[in-house]
Design a protein around this ligand. Structure first.
Ligand code: NAD
Length: 446
């Protein structure tokens, strides 16, 4: 009989995972402690913007006409415990307030609620990004709390999906990594992922600590690559070089590669910043802090980018933001998402507002989330409206919509046709031809 799967925590990761599991043919029950989120999902609506997710969800949510009916949602732990053979834990692991370490309270709460409901054989699979050592600790808690005792096992299966590509990444992962303590756990996970494995996704079996470390190591590498090119942008600016040309040239070396080498205002979001900080904090606890001191530099290069962008904007409007209208194009931390967690774009917008600028923000999908976080900024319904009266325009999230804007039309409504490209993603020639003063990070002024 096909495995029954539950997904605990139905945010960016969990909602996508639940829908993908239903697509792979399993009966799925999703649980969240947020009843509003569950009510939305039950109606086949997605609580965030993620391309393709609503279609996938509606193909499977029970009660929707024409759906497979394989996907349901609940807030009942009892129901989840009785239903599932495999329970995926996908709850959030944010940074602790006031320190670098990971806040494990949501994961701990999920385990404490789930374990007492496990009366028969079950595999609990952690997917959240956690500090190394968590799986071993949680396995002990499970053994203690689950009425079925040894029939309940733990595995760790870190997730590598990218927001904006979450559906595709979940259905066709570039690798599946599992940390297991028994052959039975490995076999069950091979069954869960039989379809992507058959399609060729590599299946990497490891112990608990290695599986946990794979995720934080991968994110640390990516963060390092971004901060590396941003450090090169700083040097290029000092030396009069062009970081875009430099990235293209070094990227031809296959050992370096071209991806993740776009200089700009740096990384943000709900993962990279908090993951590298939690990794440093955990390494400190383990007595291996020296190994990761370079991540402190990666973090500080990244955070410097935001301040640098603010300085360039201030310079562009003549040295003070007072009385100046600043347009910010982009609010999300990356395109094709509505996620504004630790968004560099909003951070820059907020800093300029605090320094007296009149900031107007436009984003294709992130407006509601941005408004909730920064209610004092102005928000415009379109890019054109946002640019009206601007003394400087900042391009801070690389949405396709912004690359397709007509610079000539925008020049007509701006007070001063001046743009700073914080993502090195616009066509400089096109903007300059339309009468704009175009400046980008790490590139010479034309
Ligand atoms: P999120 O905040 O969007 O979703 C977490 C969900 O868990 C929320 O809906 C919340 O209500 C729910 N929740 C909290 N406590 C709960 C509990 N005790 N029981 C049941 N539900 C609970 O977070 P996310 O972005 O989906 O991230 C989840 C985890 O996945 C994190 O560890 C993150 O680092 C990791 N991750 C995220 C991504 C990504 O792109 N978002 C990618 C890979 C890994």
């Amino acid at each position: 009989m096909a495995l029954k799967i539950t997904v605990i925590g139905t945010g960016y990761l969990g909602a996508t995972h639940a829908a993908a599991m239903a697509e792979l043919g399993f009966e799925v029950l999703g649980l969240d402690i947020d009843p509003d989120k569950i009510a939305l999902l039950q109606r086949g609506e997605v609580p965030m913007y993620e391309p393709g997710l609503e279609d996938l969800l509606r193909r499977h949510v029970a009660g929707i006409e024409g759906s497979s009916g394989r996907l349901r949602f609940t807030t009942s732990w009892e129901e989840v415990g009785a239903f599932g053979d495999v329970h995926f834990v996908c709850v959030n692991t944010p940074q602790k307030h006031g320190e670098y370490a990971c806040d494990m309270s949501y994961v701990d709460a999920a385990f404490e609620a789930l374990a007492p409901q496990l009366h028969g054989p079950a595999l609990v699979v952690g997917k959240s990004t956690v500090p190394v050592g968590s799986a071993a600790r949680l396995a002990e808690r499970l053994a203690k709390l689950a009425p079925a005792g040894e029939q309940v096992e733990l595995a760790w299966n870190p997730e590598f999906l990218r927001e904006g590509f979450a559906v595709d990444d979940t259905l066709h992962p570039d690798r599946i990594v599992v940390g297991v303590a028994s052959e039975r756990a490995e076999e069950l996970l091979r069954e869960v992922y039989a379809t992507p494995i058959a399609e060729g996704s590599p299946f990497v079996v490891a112990d608990f600590p290695t599986a946990e470390l794979v995720k934080t190591a991968a994110n640390s590498f990516l963060a390092t690559k971004i901060s590396f090119i941003n450090a090169m942008a700083e040097v290029c600016e000092a030396a009069g070089g062009d970081v875009v040309k430099l990235a293209e040239a070094i990227g031809h070396d296959e050992r370096i590669g071209r991806k993740f080498l776009r200089a700009g205002i740096g990384f943000g979001g709900g993962c990279l910043p908090k993951d590298i900080r939690a990794f440093m904090a955990r390494a400190g606890e383990l007595g291996a802090d020296q190994a990761l001191t370079f991540l402190r530099e990666v973090d500080s290069i990244n955070m410097r980018r935001r301040g640098h962008m603010v300085e360039l904007a201030r310079e562009a409007v003549g040295g003070s933001f007072l009385g100046k209208v600043v347009t910010v194009l982009g609010a999300t931390f990356k395109p094709d998402s509505d996620d504004v967690r630790d968004s560099p774009a909003l951070n820059v917008a907020g800093q300029i507002h605090l320094q007296g600028g009149q900031v107007t923000v436009y984003d294709p999908k992130g407006m509601d989330n941005a408004r909730r976080l920064f209610p004092t900024l102005n928000y415009a319904p379109t890019a054109l409206e946002a640019v009206r009266g601007a003394h400087v325009v900042l391009h801070l999230t690389e949405w396709r919509e912004f690359r397709e804007l007509d610079p000539a039309r925008l020049a007509d409504v701006a007070a001063e046709p001046r743009i700073l490209d914080g993502r090195n993603a616009l066509d400089a020639e096109l903007w300059r031809k339309a009468g704009w003063t175009y400046r980008a990070l790490g590139r010479p002024n034309a």
